[in-house]
Design a protein around this ligand. Sequence first.
Ligand code: GUN
Length: 283
Amino acid sequence: MTAKLIDGKKIAQATRENLKKEVEELIEAGIKPGLAVILVGDNQASRTYVTSKQKSCKAIGMESILIELPESITENELLQHIEELNNRDDIHGILVQLPLPKHISDKKVIETISPEKDVDGFHPINIGKMMTGQDTFFPCTPFGIMEMLKYEGITIAGKNAVIVGRSNIVGKPMGQLLLNDNATVTYTHSKTKDLASCTKEADILVAAIGKAKMITSEYVKEGATVIDVGMNRDENGKLCGDVDFADVSNKAGHITPVPGGVGPMTITMLLYNTVKSAKNKLN
Ligand code: GUN
């Protein structure tokens, strides 16, 4: 391996130490940051994520409440729960874990969350603010990646950044945040012709496709920074990313591992956004 490893766990820990101090200061000022998480149904993966989010809140001294609702809940009932949380002074962040059952519209749910408490950064108002270069809540995974790049001292301005994947949660906001910091951004996706010829131009390559080990060294320029958002199982059932780590780590300049790369930063930025929302109450 020649690439420098970007240690997401270490960066997450350092960031959480700082957040813990901010939480202490907020509590002294009479505000305990509170996150409400809504879990609908019993998707095991969602439950694992939600448990991890709650534990992380508590570990830095924040309040976290979990609202568990049955799969059979109606859309209107769910929207009422959100409205109640919008009106609670002790709740600074609201997160509805996705995916939701088919009979419930993601769009309606996201648009019902108050933009001031939208710590996922999914509300169209917050996305619009991000697109126009305003300060707001940024989606946690791409925001965490920006923090990792900055922590490692990787220059963004003027670099060619190529995003593989165009989801609303990762790919699209990732490109926007890199553009806001003056990268030249290319979005690629499943319909892109000759993907490798695009990705080989990347100084910063972000893989968010959801296909185990798809990005091999043939897709990567020598010395590139390679960020792996994937969370897949390989042929042996072992957790792996979208990047073939063993292969690409001999060609990249910097690389994130899976696990221990982007994952720990995603939750950290959720904590960051919730603390930010609580701080807004001081003004
Ligand atoms: N499901 C998978 N990732 C996320 C996320 O970042 N936020 C929410 N609310 N649900 C998710």
